[in-house]
Design a protein around this ligand. Structure first.
Ligand code: TRP
Length: 333
């Protein structure tokens, strides 16, 4: 990582951000803003690809997501926050890149493939959703990003982007587009509180960064543990036990966590006790985040102004890339 690195990353504003976002990419972004030039995109256009009939939801969550960024320590003096739909260069780049990607290649993109299955689109798969990886390639290349800190589910998107970069530069005999590297977090996959799959808002198993202490307590108490651990004195399993998986990530005292694991496996430690310990640890982690969020929430107009000024800077950067792209494509008249 060096000063010349440019980072472009972002999230779809479809709901508040959760602990999965935090460990998957926010924690990296907070670090990377110290050493590189970082742009963080609130991807409202991408959010619309599967929420086109719910524009109000997307609109409202733009500010929610911005508040979450600020709450976890994204510093507007070090990172540039921006709104995707205000950048007209991106749809234009998307259209040009569409010539360089085959339907077969898009169909093989594992991230989209999964999502299409999960959402059960079937025959009514919208073209906009199917092609969003091309739109995301436009996001990344418009900034000439060299680094994209994202969760591991997004790695195929960066691969697809780099293929477009190579095709474009080869076909139009240029070097205007730049390949990017995905930076995947050390803890890319946090299970949801149901222990079944990855934490996700749509699966209803998420702990949100903005959850109150009361909501958090309810969620932690309902967390999935070892279903065969019925009595306190029974030995319990720590493998695929969500409470211990969370303690591995959020436990501030590694020795204490090791002690609890040993005790749990030997028998004599009840689920509720471990959950109460995890609850304390999560509250200690989330409380400063909640406090910062509440401060920024008092002045939403200021937050919006800040995103709009970041967007303005992003417009200049992306228009410059678009001009270079159009020059390479002989589209300047
Ligand atoms: N696809 C990302 C998500 O699902 C959001 C996103 C849009 C993004 N554009 C991006 C991430 C560019 C990294 C880089 O949350």
């Amino acid at each position: 990582m060096n000063k010349k690195d440019i980072i472009l990353t972002g999230d779809r504003p479809t709901g508040p951000l959760h602990l999965g976002h935090y460990v998957g990419s926010l924690v990296n972004r907070v670090k990377l803003q110290e050493t590189a030039e970082q742009y963080i995109m609130i991807a409202d256009v991408q959010a619309l690809t599967d929420n086109f009939s719910n524009p109000q939801k997307v609109h409202e969550n733009v500010l929610e997501v911005a508040l979450d960024y600020l709450a976890v320590g994204i510093d507007p003096l070090k990172s540039t926050l921006l709104i995707q739909s205000l950048l007209s260069a991106i749809p234009e780049l998307t259209l040009y890149y569409m010539n360089l990607v085959t339907v077969a290649r898009l169909s093989r993109n594992p991230t989209v493939k999964n999502e299409i299955q999960q959402k059960g689109f079937g025959e009514s798969l919208p073209v906009g959703f199917f092609t969003y990886p091309i739109n995301q390639a436009a996001d990344i290349t418009a900034f000439k990003a060299t680094i994209v800190p994202v969760g591991d589910d997004q790695a195929p998107m960066i691969e697809q982007t780099n293929e477009i970069v190579r095709s474009f530069n080869r076909i139009y005999q240029t070097d205007v587009l730049v390949e990017a590297k995905a930076v995947i977090s050390k803890c890319p996959r946090l299970p949801g509180i149901d222990g079944k799959s990855k934490m996700s808002k749509s699966l209803n198993n998420a702990i949100f960064l903005k959850d109150s202490a009361d909501d958090l307590a309810k969620k932690v108490k309902s967390m999935y543990t070892d279903p065969t651990h019925l009595k306190v004195e029974d030995p319990g399993k720590i493998e695929r036990n969500t409470v211990f998986e969370y303690l591995d990530v959020f436990g501030s005292d590694k020795n204490k966590v090791m002690e609890l694991k040993a005790q749990y496996q030997a028998g004599g430690l009840g689920d509720m006790k471990v959950k109460m310990y995890l609850l304390d640890e999560l509250n200690a982690f989330l409380e400063p985040i909640r406090k910062r969020r509440a401060e920024f929430e008092k002045d939403k107009a200021m937050v919006l102004k800040m995103i709009l000024s970041g967007t303005k800077k992003a417009q200049e950067v992306t228009q410059k890339t678009l001009h270079e792209v159009k020059t390479a494509m002989h589209l300047i008249y």
